[in-house]
Design a binder for this molecule. Structure first.
Ligand code: HPA
Length: 278
């Protein structure tokens, strides 16, 4: 693998996907840890394993199926990533953005991204849904920006605007869908760390101080690449655990997966409502 991703590499993946489906998706979804079950209601569908797409980062961790599900949901043509790869799995930060580049070249204009996250905001509890209204790209500030390297002008400018990473109209649709279906929800700021270790109590107090409501290990790199290519983005966090601000709570991946499963019906209601509005 070359250090940086080229347009040829992206287009090779696009042609492989197109060989395996004749559907023409218009909206993409990324389903995070424990949230993959949402794709089970997409039928009829074409399934493409990530390992069959050249250049596509394959997830190695439990709770991520590792395939594309392409079909119809709420009358919309969708392409769903059932699981994702993370930076901590050993990929370069540029590789984490690769699927988004492929989506963009396939003509996708809207990205709905979900994740499992820990609550930093003391008012949040496991089982809550947080619609992301902004993010702190701490991971990118520390040098891990997925747009690092030669700019690919076909996608967007060298210095892309990031004044509205999450689309206000999509946030309104999501909030309306949640209200209509009785899903209590929050709005807040998501922060992405590199992982894989969870945060220390002092880490979490710092993240709280700088304005984060929820913490995770994904999403922000994908959103940066999506906004570079001018995709409209909706981000939703499923709060799976209380962050350990005073050192009294132990966080485990099993807990995150369990809580994620319980969040699926809530996220499904919101996502279906948003798709109907699009
Ligand atoms: N910290 C980081 N990532 C996470 C957490 C957390 O508490 N929960 C789910 N993903």
């Amino acid at each position: 693998m070359k250090e940086f991703i080229t347009l040829d590499m992206i287009d090779e993946a696009v042609s492989e996907v197109k060989k395996r489906t004749t559907r023409n998706p218009e909206i993409a979804l990324i389903l995070g840890s424990g949230l993959g079950d949402l794709a089970e209601s997409v039928r009829p569908a074409d399934f493409i394993d990530y390992k069959d797409i050249p250049g596509w980062p394959v997830s190695t961790i439990e709770g991520h199926k590792g395939r594309l599900v392409i079909g119809n949901l709420e009358g919309k043509r969708v392409m769903i990533m059932q699981g994702r790869a993370h930076y901590y799995e050993g990929y370069s930060i540029n590789q984490i953005g690769f699927p988004i580049r492929v989506m963009s070249r396939m003509g996708i204009k809207v990205l709905i991204v979900t994740n499992a996250a820990g609550a930093i905001n003391p008012n949040f509890v496991p089982g809550d849904v947080m619609i992301i209204n902004d993010h702190i790209s701490l991971i990118a500030m520390c040098g891990l920006n997925p747009l690092k390297g030669p700019n690919i002008d076909e996608f967007g400018p060298r210095f892309p605007d990031m004044s509205q990473p999450y689309d206000r109209e999509l946030i309104a649709f999501a909030s309306e869908a949640a209200n209509k279906t009785g899903v209590k929800h929050r709005e807040g700021v998501y922060i992405c760390l590199a992982g894989p270790s969870f945060e220390s109590p002092a880490d979490l107090r710092f993240l709280h101080m700088i304005g984060a409501d929820a913490v995770g290990m994904s999403t922000v790199p994908e959103v940066i690449v999506a906004r570079h290519a001018n995709l409209r983005v909706l981000g939703i966090s499923g709060i799976t655990n209380k962050a350990n601000l005073d050192g009294s709570v132990v966080t485990t991946h099993e807990e995150v997966l369990q809580a994620g499963k319980a969040l699926v019906p809530k996220l499904e209601k919101i996502i279906r409502g948003v798709l109907r509005k699009l």
